[in-house]
Structure formats: structure tokens, C-alpha cells
Design a protein around this ligand. Structure first.
Ligand code: SF4
Ligand code: SF4
Length: 361
């Protein structure tokens, strides 16, 4: 993901050099393509269940394989995870295996019953809820959600916070959502949420045409960063964009607040499992060309260690990616999703990088 996390509360952050080799530590697991909302932008194109999605038994076996791979941190997403009737049972299996689950959800199906069950059995400690705006009419239109959904999601966020779960809201940065982000930050401060995560569009699936090609989205976010820095309870900014540290707006931001560059984790310490069990390095690379195995029959650690694509993502210079850029050793050659989207090749350059744009002028 091309995320920028605006952190309002102190907590853990890693200062580890993200380009260092690591081991497989985290999995994204998109448990279904089914969703009760139809957001105009969705990086998994969700909406309907697809043929071949993991059955309950296969999902339980997947938990066993994750455990055997020694992975203890899983981000559950979808689609909408709680549209699966067996979601709580899957979380119970994970908890019994010592696997921490973090949950990304639209929040609409998180009933009181489900939330108290998750809390009482300590099945998760962290929620990331999609909230692109605090304007009720726009929220419902944007998500294709029924009337009253905005009030429902705000109620859910209140309960999540009250129950002591780590509370993050995630915003898709779009031409339609940009102007409302400062107000959303104010709401986060007022209600005591921990983090506002900005999802910068990656050129994939229904996220592809969010902005006209070539738009410098980071520059459009300058007023958002300024507003965030003016809030009294800010702690730090974490960026997950490989070249973020070279962008003039992020450099300016770093003069006002601590900015930690976490870079691209795909293939470096994380993999993604899609709803049919296919494994790929990045949650935004749910395409045939990026499938490197299937959790039904492949060992996660073997795939992580041996797949050409993971090796390319870990060692971009060995594959000639960005060999002409002095920053390549620190940046890792940019985003592979972006490179693939513009060229059809995983080893192409990332044209969205500001340094690349300058070099190509
Ligand atoms: S390839 Fe890396 S930088 Fe690009 S979207 Fe995936 S995780 Fe983010
Ligand atoms: S040109 Fe390549 S290595 Fe250099 S900063 Fe951009 S993406 Fe990173």
C-alpha cells in the first residue's frame, strides 16, 4: 500500500532500516471479495464472492499453515471480512495459535455482539475502519451505502474506542475526499482515535483512475500535512512510499514533525493471501503475473524465500531496477505496482517517483 499514517497517539514505531533483509513476519489476508458496499475505489475490486474462495475448512488449514510458517501478525481484510459467517471462528483459531489479528473493515457489520466476543476472547486488539469523510450524505453516496450508515459507523467507532481497541480510520485520498481530510483529523483528535491513515491511490483495480495519470498527489496533500502539524496531539508521521523521503513536500513536513520512512514491505517482510488462497508479495498486486503460490499447497516460507518476484523486490539493484539513481540503495527502486501498471513489467521503473520524473525530463 502507498500509505501515510498520521499518528495522533504515541506508540511503537520501528527505526529499522527497511531495506535490510528480513524474514517473513506479517501477512495480509483478504478473506473474501464479497462486500456489502460498492465503493467507487477499491484496490481489490470487491463486491461479490468469487469462485474458489477458501471454505471454512480451508481457512482453518490456512491458519495452521500461517502458524507453521512462524508468522504471528496477520492483517485481515477483504472485501468486508465480517460478511463471512465464520470470521469469528477463524479469529478464534488464530488466537489459539498465537497469531495476532489486526482487522480492516468498513465497520458496518461489527455488531455489539461481535465486538464484545472479540474483546472478551481477545481475538484482536486493533481495528482500521474505512472512513473517507465525516459528511454523512457524502459518506453514504461514496460507499453506495444505505441511509443511516454514517451514524452507524460512528457508533461502531465509538464502541471500538470504548472497548480499548487501537482505533485507526483509513481515508482513500481522492479528488472528492481531499478537502474534507482536515475536518476528519479534527474529529479524530476530538474522539481520541489513534491514527488517520491516508491511502494514496495505486494504479490498480478500481483505484486505478482515482486521479488523472501523472498527478502529484503528495503535493495535493500539503494543506492536510500543515493542518495535522497544527494539531496539538500529533506524534509522528509514518510513510510507506519508497521514495517519499525525496519528495519536497515530505522533506518540508520533516522540518516540522518526526517522519519515519517505513518504505515498501512487500516481499521484504510480508506477503498477501487473496480470498482464493493465491499468494502474492503485495496486497495491491492481486494479478496473475504476481501470483507466486497458493496457500492450499505451498509453504509460505518457501515461497517467500525462493520466488523470483520476492527476490526482485528485496534486491532490486540485482535486477537493474533504478540502476541510474543514486538513491536506489535507500529507496529500493520504487513501487512495483506502479511500475507494473504503467509498463506491464515488474522490473520497470516507477514513473510516479519525483526523482525519476526529474531524471526523465
Ligand atoms: S509494491 Fe510496495 S510500495 Fe507498491 S503498493 Fe505494494 S507495498 Fe506499497
Ligand atoms: S528513481 Fe528509483 S531508486 Fe530513485 S528515488 Fe525514484 S524510485 Fe527510488
Amino acid at each position: 500500500m502507498l500509505d501515510i499514517k498520521l499518528k495522533l497517539k504515541a506508540g511503537h514505531t520501528s527505526e529499522r532500516q527497511w531495506m535490510e533483509s528480513s524474514r517473513l513476519k506479517t501477512l495480509f489476508w483478504n478473506v473474501t471479495y464479497d462486500c456489502n458496499y460498492r465503493c467507487p475505489v477499491c484496490f481489490t475490486d470487491s463486491g461479490e464472492t468469487q469462485p474458489g474462495e477458501l471454505t471454512t475448512e480451508e481457512a482453518f488449514r490456512t491458519v495452521k499453515r500461517i502458524h507453521e510458517a512462524g508468522v504471528h501478525d496477520v492483517i485481515i481484510s477483504g472485501g468486508e471480512p465480517f460478511i463471512r459467517k465464520d470470521m469469528t471462528a477463524i479469529l478464534e483459531k488464530m488466537a489459539k495459535s498465537g497469531i495476532r489479528a489486526r482487522i480492516a473493515s468498513n465497520g458496518s457489520l461489527l455488531t455489539e455482539n461481535i465486538l464484545s466476543r472479540l474483546r472478551n476472547a481477545t481475538l484482536t486488539d486493533s481495528f482500521q475502519i474505512s472512513l473517507d469523510t465525516v459528511r454523512p450524505d457524502f459518506y453514504e453516496k461514496f460507499h453506495n451505502a444505505p441511509a443511516g450508515s454514517f451514524l452507524d459507523v460512528m457508533d461502531t467507532l465509538g464502541r471500538i474506542k470504548e472497548y480499548g481497541f487501537h482505533t485507526t480510520v483509513s481515508v482513500r485520498v481522492m479528488p472528492e475526499t481531499l478537502a474534507g481530510i482536515p475536518k476528519l483529523i479534527d474529529t479524530a483528535v476530538e474522539l481520541g482515535w489513534s491514527t488517520v491513515t491516508l491511502h494514496i491511490p495505486v494504479p490498480t483495480r478500481r483505484f486505478r483512475d482515482a486521479f488523472p495519470s501523472g498527478t502529484d498527489i503528495i503535493s495535493l496533500l500539503r494543506p492536510v500535512f500543515e493542518h495535522f502539524c497544527d494539531c496539538s496531539r500529533t506524534w509522528l508521521v509514518e510513510t510507506y512510499i519508497p521514495w517519499a523521503q525525496y519528495h519536497p513536500v515530505i522533506k518540508k513536513l520533516a522540518e516540522r514533525i518526526r517522519v519515519v520512512n517505513r518504505g515498501c514491505r512487500a516481499g521484504r517482510d510480508r506477503l498477501t493471501i487473496n480470498p482464493t488462497g493465491m499468494i502474492s508479495p503485495c496486497v495491491c498486486l492481486d494479478v496473475q503475473e504476481a501470483y507466486i503460490g497458493n496457500v492450499k499447497h505451498d509453504n509460505l516460507q518457501d515461497v517467500f524465500k525462493n520466488s523470483r518476484l520476492c527476490n526482485l523486490m528485496r534486491h532490486p539493484l540485482d535486477y537493474g531496477i533504478c540502476a541510474d539513481c543514486p538513491n536506489a540503495g535507500k529507496c529500493g527502486g520504487g513501487c512495483r505496482v506502479s511500475a507494473f501498471a504503467t509498463s506491464g513489467r515488474m522490473d520497470a521503473v516507477d514513473q510516479s517517483c519525483p526523482v525519476r520524473r526529474r531524471m526523465d525530463r
